[in-house]
Design a protein around this ligand. Structure first.
Ligand code: ADP
Ligand code: NA
Length: 335
């Protein structure tokens, strides 16, 4: 089993990024058996498909790398790298562009959503993005790719490209590419803003009080939880009692996600209590959980050499793993 997964490199990382994305990677890594392997990459090449600020992309890539390591990705067990440091991704995409069909890409719902009515104004990269995703997984003879609902179509495309390429250019008994299977990532919590239960917790929210950041110290975390928007009612003893109470539901959801339990179990303990009691408990739980993460995160960001060394090592391992498939692809194409 070989699993490959990428993440958008963004900065100002918050609790939503941790519980909704990074923690799943750590779980995947921890579930690997002997002889199995995870490759995790920061999708910096993907980021240039949309208008972007180079300095921000660079900073976001480093921040995400630091966060991922701080949250428990062990660069000695998993291979962690950024895409741009492994040129095989961009090379393979070009080689696969000969096999991918315009019609296949035209049908991608994400392309249709992102381009909207202004297709002519989009970058070629935005259109061809799913071919780069195919390259990301096919390069490593990946057997399994964790994909959410919104990415299923892109994995199907990767399989179609692999199949057509094998068909057109490889001998029946010597396929160049493995067809990757989708695996459903563990159900991740969706964390809402601390100021407005109808909005997702997000780095782009102008209010810093709306999110808990991975770099926040203990006092800041306690303050943000204390100031979080709530209602005057005590917590119900059953989940049904949280219907129509988005902010209360969010705080209980955060507690359950961090403690790795269910909303029902949290209500079993705190049902009947007011927020005067629940908020300090939630704050302390967050502080305890985030302290080692924020300490390591800030250390890594202060020690750029250590961080660069982790990424350089991961990139060199990835380049080595990609080499045979890249060579076989060139060769099959007569290049
Ligand atoms: P933001 O919304 O802060 O801009 P991104 O869009 O950069 O975050 O998301 C990076 C990753 O973190 C994605 O995998 C996304 O699903 C996850 N994520 C972001 N915000 C949340 C949230 N509020 N709850 C759960 N997961 C989230
Ligand atoms: Na976003």
């Amino acid at each position: 089993m070989r699993v490959v997964s990428g993440i958008q490199p963004t900065g100002n990382l918050h609790l939503g990024n941790y519980l909704g994305a990074i923690r799943n990677w750590v779980r995947m890594q921890d579930d690997m058996q002997d002889g199995e392997q995870c490759l995790f990459f920061l999708a910096d090449l993907h980021a240039i498909s949309m208008p972007h600020d180079p300095a921000e992309l660079h900073r976001g890539t480093l921040e995400m790398a630091a966060a991922v390591v701080a949250c428990g990705i062990d660069p000695h067990r998993s291979i962690l790298f950024n895409q741009a440091q492994v040129p095989a991704h961009a090379e393979m995409q070009w080689l696969l562009n000969g096999t991918a069909r315009m019609g296949w890409l035209n049908r991608m719902t994400q392309w249709k959503d992102k381009a909207g009515k202004n297709r002519e104004g989009q970058s070629v990269a935005l259109f061809a993005y799913p071919v780069l995703q195919a390259a990301d997984v096919l390069l490593y003879q990946t057997t399994h790719v964790p994909v959410g609902e919104d990415q299923k179509q892109h994995l199907e495309l990767a399989r179609d490209i692999a199949q057509k390429f094998n068909n057109d250019f490889a001998g029946e008994d010597t396929p160049v590419f493995t067809l990757p299977e989708a695996i459903t990532p563990p159900q991740a919590a969706r964390i809402m803003s601390l100021r407005d239960g109808s909005k997702k917790m997000s780095k782009s929210d102008p209010s810093e009080m709306s999110r808990i950041e991975l770099a926040d110290d203990a006092d800041t975390v306690m303050k943000k939880v204390k100031k979080a928007k709530t209602d005057p009612e005590p917590l119900p003893s059953e989940a049904g009692g949280l219907v129509g109470r988005a902010e209360a539901l969010n705080l209980v959801t955060i507690y359950a996600a961090v403690a790795d339990t269910t909303v029902e179990a949290v209500l079993g303990e705190y049902g009947g209590e007011g927020f005067g009691k629940f908020k300090p408990a939630l704050g302390e739980l967050l502080v305890e959980t985030l302290r080692p993460i924020s300490t390591r995160f800030n250390e890594l960001l202060d020690d750029r050499e250590a961080l660069d060394a982790i990424l350089a090592r991961g990139a060199s391992q990835a380049r080595e793993l990609a080499r045979p498939t890249l060579d076989a692809t060139y060769s099959a194409l007569g290049l």
